[in-house]
Design a protein around this ligand. Structure first.
Ligand SMILES: [Fe+2]
Ligand SMILES: [Fe+2]
Length: 374
C-alpha cells in the first residue's frame, strides 16, 4: 500500500519521545511539525495543514482530549484532520473519552513504528474516501464506491457510539443499529450485492471495524444463501453487536499484544455471556442474543461458553462463527497482520469439524468468487 501521508504534527510534552518520532518520520522524507501542548497544536495546524496528527492524551496547558474536542467542533478549521491519540497506559476512561471527542484511533506507548505507519495509512485512506463523498454531496447519482464509503463512515460512527455507550454503562441505542442494517438490507436488494464487505479492511480501528466487517460479511453471505430479508436484518444487527460483551473485559487483556495466559483467556471467554446479558437488558430479540452468545461455539462441541454442538447451535450462531473466525484471521490486529483470503480458508478448513460443513463449503465458494477471482 502506498504511503499517502507526508506532513505529520506530533503533539507531546515528552520531548525525548517526540524527538525519536520526529527522526523516524524525517528519515522517511516527511515534513514534521511538533507542539508541546494542545494550545500550540491548534496554532500549528492552522499554519501547517498537516495530513495526520499524533497527539498524546496527557498534555500540559490543554490536554489531548480537550484539544481533540475543540478541533472536531472548530468551524474555522480548513477541514477535519485525522487524529491518532497516544497514551502511556491503556486507560479505559481516557480511551472512551478520546473516542467521544472524535479521535480516529488510539495507540499505546511503547509501540512499534510499523504498527503506527499501518494505522496512519489506513486512516488517511479512509479520510480520502470521506473527502470524496463530501465533494459529491448534493448529487443524487452517487457512484457505488462513494455510496459504500458513506455507509462505512455512518456505520463506523454508529458502532463507535454503541461501544462507547456500553463501556459507560449507558443504553446501547439499539435503533441506531437497526437503522444501519435496514439501509444495508435495502442496498443488498437494490444492488444485488454488498461489495463493501470485501473492501472494508481499509481501517485498523479493530474493535469497531471487526464488528462492521462481521455484520457486512454475514449479511452478504446470508444474501448469497438466499435467506429471507428478516434474517438478513437479524444477522446484520447481530454481527454489529456480537462482541459487545468485550466492552466489559479488562482493557489490559483486550489490548495485550502477547499471547494471553490461561487465566486471561478464561476472562476473555466470558464475552459471549456478557454480550448476551447486555442485549437481553435492552430487550434485543432472542435470535440476536444468540449471535452474541454462540459465535464462539463450534459444531463439534469444542467451542465456548456452553460447549454446544450440532443442532444445539442456531443457524445464526453457525453462520456468525464462520464469519467471525474468517474476519479475525484476515484483519490486521494491533500487533499482527492478517492473512489473505486463501490462507484464511485453508486455516479454517484445517480445523476440521469446527464449522457447519455445508455452510463452510458455500462460504468458501463465495469468498473465492468475490475476492480471489477479481
Ligand atoms: Fe467474539
Ligand atoms: Fe468477534
Amino acid at each position: 500500500m502506498p504511503v499517502l501521508t507526508k506532513r505529520i504534527l506530533i503533539v507531546d510534552d515528552d520531548l525525548n519521545f517526540s524527538d525519536i518520532l520526529s527522526d523516524f518520520f524525517l528519515k522517511k522524507g516527511w515534513a514534521v511539525f511538533t507542539a508541546k501542548n494542545g494550545q500550540l497544536a491548534v496554532s500549528s495546524i492552522h499554519a501547517n495543514d498537516p495530513d495526520i496528527i499524533l497527539m498524546n492524551v496527557d498534555l500540559p496547558v490543554r490536554d489531548g482530549i480537550t484539544t481533540c474536542n475543540l478541533l472536531r467542533r472548530d468551524i474555522a478549521m480548513a477541514r477535519q484532520y485525522p487524529i491518532i491519540m497516544m497514551a502511556a497506559f491503556p486507560d479505559k476512561k481516557k480511551i472512551v473519552k478520546s473516542i467521544d471527542a472524535g479521535c480516529d484511533d488510539f495507540i499505546i506507548k511503547p509501540f512499534k513504528f510499523d504498527v503506527l505507519i499501518n494505522k496512519i495509512e489506513k486512516i488517511t485512506e479512509f479520510y480520502h474516501k470521506k473527502i470524496n463523498i463530501q465533494k459529491q454531496e448534493g448529487e443524487s447519482d452517487y457512484k457505488d464506491e462513494e455510496q459504500e464509503a458513506e455507509i462505512i463512515v455512518y456505520s463506523r460512527n454508529a458502532i463507535k457510539k454503541i461501544f462507547s455507550n456500553t463501556m459507560n454503562d449507558r443504553r446501547i441505542e439499539y435503533p441506531v443499529v437497526q437503522k444501519v442494517v435496514d439501509n444495508m438490507v435495502k442496498i443488498l436488494h437494490r444492488e444485488n450485492n454488498l461489495p463493501m464487505a470485501f473492501k472494508m479492511k481499509s481501517y485498523n480501528d479493530y474493535i469497531y471495524i471487526h464488528s462492521i466487517n462481521v455484520a457486512t460479511l454475514a449479511m452478504s453471505f446470508a444474501y448469497h444463501l438466499k435467506w429471507e430479508p428478516s434474517d438478513l436484518q437479524i444477522i446484520g444487527e447481530g454481527g454489529f453487536m456480537h462482541d459487545i460483551g468485550k466492552t466489559k473485559i479488562d482493557l489490559q487483556i483486550l489490548m495485550k499484544p502477547d499471547k494471553l495466559t490461561d487465566a486471561e483467556f478464561s476472562e476473555m471467554k466470558k464475552h459471549p455471556l456478557l454480550g448476551r446479558d447486555i442485549l437481553a437488558k435492552d430487550n434485543v430479540s432472542d435470535e440476536i442474543q444468540k449471535i452474541a452468545l454462540e459465535h464462539h461455539e463450534r459444531i463439534n462441541g469444542s467451542g465456548y461458553p456452553n460447549h454446544l454442538s450440532g443442532e444445539q447451535i442456531s443457524k445464526f450462531g453457525k453462520l456468525a462463527a464462520i464469519i467471525d473466525a474468517y474476519d479475525a484471521l484476515t484483519t490486521d490486529r494491533c500487533f499482527q497482520g492478517g492473512v489473505d483470503s486463501l490462507n484464511a480458508l485453508k486455516i479454517m478448513s484445517e480445523s476440521a469439524g469446527q464449522f457447519d460443513p455445508i455452510l463452510f463449503d458455500k462460504f468458501t465458494d463465495l469468498i473465492k468468487n468475490e475476492t480471489i477471482g477479481k
